[in-house]
Design a protein around this ligand. Structure first.
Ligand code: NDP
Length: 249
């Protein structure tokens, strides 16, 4: 039986781990051909091999640093040549380098703004022509941190509030062109995201929530992304907040 995404071409940023990896697998499992973007090529190749050995859509690897605008422009052209017109973009790549603002970790702030915000604008921009040429979906992975301020999360909050606001404005801008824009705001999901936090207290805080809240799995977010992308064309899920049941914050 053909999958619900047969004939579609999906671009997933941050496909080398966590939510992005699970999303690429899930979308391909429903028949989409998937462009896998991230920096760790060997992980993308292992995932592509797995997808290409299955019964779903095909996968192609694009080793990309999403903060490199020129590289993104080239990738957009290559994706169209290799897989066809991209009609589903999942802006997922992100970093969460939590610390007290007063600690002044300038380089980490800059990295979060570059990856979580500026790269989302650039990735959307380079694929926008393909998306508008017949319609499609832009699914932006924000966070509960995009709707709720959290202590010691100021710059991460700033980037995710930015994604949430930009995403909703973009939805209105593209509504009449049959491009749906969906913002997904997950609570704690079990991935390697906190492994990169350099501030021990901030990392410990996340580990505590992970222990107490029975975190969501990456595959659960992937299934929500699939649900949004597979609705009838006249229905757009605008904003989806999804927390573990036991997560209060
Ligand atoms: P992971 O750390 O597992 O995945 C992050 C992904 O982003 C990796 O594939 C990584 O690939 C990619 N990435 C980071 N920097 C770059 C870069 N410069 N260029 C290209 N790719 C990059 O975390 P998650 O799966 O949890 O995170 C995915 C998204 O979900 C993020 O936007 C995060 O903010 C959001 N989120 C996560 C939550 C959670 O609890 N886990 C909760 C709410 C939102 P590589 O290193 O190979 O480049």
């Amino acid at each position: 039986m053909p999958g619900t995404l047969q004939g579609r071409v999906a671009v997933v940023t941050g496909a080398s781990s966590g939510i992005g990896r699970a999303t690429a697998e899930t979308l391909a499992g429903e028949g989409a051909n998937v462009a896998l973007l991230a920096r760790r090529r060997e992980r993308l190749e292992a995932l592509a091999e797995e997808i290409n050995g299955g019964n779903g859509g095909k996968a192609a690897v694009y080793e990309t640093d999403v903060t490199d605008r020129k590289a993104l422009e080239q990738v957009a052209d290559r994706v169209q040549g290799d897989l066809g017109r991209a009609d589903l973009l999942v802006n997922n790549a992100g970093v969460m380098l939590l610390s007290p603002f007063a600690d002044g970790k300038h380089e980490e702030w800059r990295q979060m703004v570059d990856v979580n915000l500026t790269a989302v604008f650039d990735t959307t921009d380079v694929f926008l022509g393909q998306l508008r040429d017949g319609g499609g979906d832009i699914i932006n992975i924000s966070s509960v941190a995009g709707i709720k301020a959290i202590e010691n999360s100021s710059v991460y909050n700033a980037t995710k509030f930015g994604v949430t606001g930009w995403s909703e404005a973009l939805r209105m801008e593209l509504a009449e062109e049959s491009v749906r824009v969906t913002t997904v705001e997950p609570g704690v999901v079990l991935t390697e995201l906190p492994d990169h936090i350099s501030d021990p207290d901030s990392e410990a805080g996340i580990r505590e929530i992970e222990k107490s809240a029975e975190p969501i799995q990456a595959e659960d977010i992937a299934s929500i992304i699939l649900y949004a992308a597979s609705r009838p064309a006249n229905i757009c899920l605008n904003e989806i907040v999804v927390r573990p049941t036991k997560q209060k914050l």
